[in-house]
Design a protein around this ligand. Sequence first.
Ligand code: URP
Ligand code: ZN
Ligand code: ZN
Length: 472
Amino acid sequence: MSDFDTIIRGGTVATASDTFQCDVGISGAKIAALGSDLGYAAEIVDAKGKLVLPGGIDSHVHFSQPMAPGIVMADDFASGTRAAAFGGNTLVLPFALQQKGESLREVVKQYHAKADGRCYVDVSFHLIITDTSERVLGQELPALVGDGYTSFKVFMTYEGMALSDLELLNVMAVARETGALVMVHAENFDAIRFLTDRLERAGKTAPQYHATSRPIPVEREATHRAIALAELVDVPVMIVHVSNREAMEEIRRAQIRGLKVYGETCPQYLVLTEKDMQGLNMEGAKYVCSPPPRDEASQQACWEGIQQGVFSLFSSDHCPFRYDDPQGKAFPKGRTSFRWVPNGIPGVDTRLQILFSEGVGKGRITLNEFVAFTSTNHAKTYGLYPKKGTIAVGSDADIVIWDPQQERTISQKLLHGACDYTPYEGFKVKGWPVSTMVRGKFVVRDEKLVGKPGDGVYVSRGKSSFAVSRTR
Ligand code: URP
Ligand code: ZN
Ligand code: ZN
C-alpha cells in the first residue's frame, strides 16, 4: 500500500518566501506532505539537482481572440496551453473579449466552449469590457463577478475598444461595488491617432513607426489618468504591461500615497527595444506590441520596478500572430502602414526562462522573488491563493521541476505553440523547465508531452486577496 501517488524526491523546493531541501508527497490532485522519509509512493520522481517550484501562473495571455477581419490569432486553447505547459506554467488567465453589442454572458459561454476539453493546463478567464450599456454594467457584470469572473480589463486605446473616461468610471464603480479588480491598458487613444495620421502623411509607414506613434508620454498620461479615475472611485487597479520609467513612477507615487494601485511588466520590456522593430522589410512587425518595447534606460526602469516591488506581476502578454502568414503580421492586402499590423507578440513559453536567467541568474532578484513574480503574486492578485501559486500541504499539486543549470539558446524550434516565430530567437538563457505537473499529473515530463487536451480545466476564482506583499 503506497502512502502517496507520487513523491518528488531530492529536489530543492522554493516558494515565494523560503527555499528548503524537501520531498513532496502528492495524493490525487493535492500536495499531501512535505518532508523527508515520506514513505512509499506508486511513483518516485528524482529531482536531485533540480528546483521544485510552484507552477508558473501567467495571468496575461490571449488565445482565440476575435480580431479585425482577415487577421487570425495564432494560438487557440490547445496550442496556447500546450506552449504554456512546456514553458513551466500550470495555469493561465486568458481574456474573454466582449465586442460592442455582445452579451457578456454569451461571450463567456463562447470562451468556455473554445476551452472545454482542449486545455493542457488549467485556465481561468478575465473579462474585457468594451460595451458599457446598462444591461452589461447593471446586470451581467455583477452577476459574472459573483460567478467567479473577478477581474476585468478595460482599454484606453484601440478602435472599437477604447472607453471614454465616463465609461471607465462606470466600469470602476461596478468593480467597487462587487469587489472585482480592474486591469487597465493605459495608452492615450487620441494621441496615438494624432501621431499615426501625421506619420502616415509623412510616408513613415514601416513597422518601426509603431513605436513612434505611441511614445512614452502617451502611456504616462493614460497611466496617470487611470490612477486618478480609480482614486475618485476608490477602487484598486492593476496597470498592465508597463514599459517605462515614467509610467512606473506614476504607479510608485500612487502606492506611496496609499492607493491600491498595482503594476505588471513583461519580458518584452526587459530584453527588447524599439530598435528591434527596425528590421528589414516586415521583420520589424515581429516585435509590434503595445505599449512598444522602448530603450535600455526603460529596461533598467522596469527592472527597478520589479526589484523595488512597484510591480507585483511578471506576465507574458502572450498575444501571438504568425509572421509568414497573410492573416498574421504581414500587411493585409492593400493596407500598407504599421497601423494595420496586429499588436501583440508570443511569449507564454519563454517568460519563466527569461526572468530566471536575467533575474535570478544575474543576481537582480532572488529565487523566492522569482516565484512570487511568476506564480504566487498572480494567485493572490486574482483570487486563486492558496489553492494555486504555492507549494504547501493542501494546495493543488501544480509544480514545475526546473533545471537551473540548463543552458539554452531560445529558438522557435524549441517551442510548442502555433506561432511561427519567437521575438526572443537567439536569446541565451540559463535555467529551463524540465517537467510540468498539473494537479498531480505530469503534462510535460522530461521535456516530452505526456498530457492530453482536457488535462487542464477551468478554475473559478474568488476575490483578489490584495495580499501581494512588497518583495523588498
Ligand atoms: O500589443 C499587445 N499587447 N497586444 C495584446 C493586447 C493587449 O493590449 O494586451
Ligand atoms: Zn493591453
Ligand atoms: Zn494583453
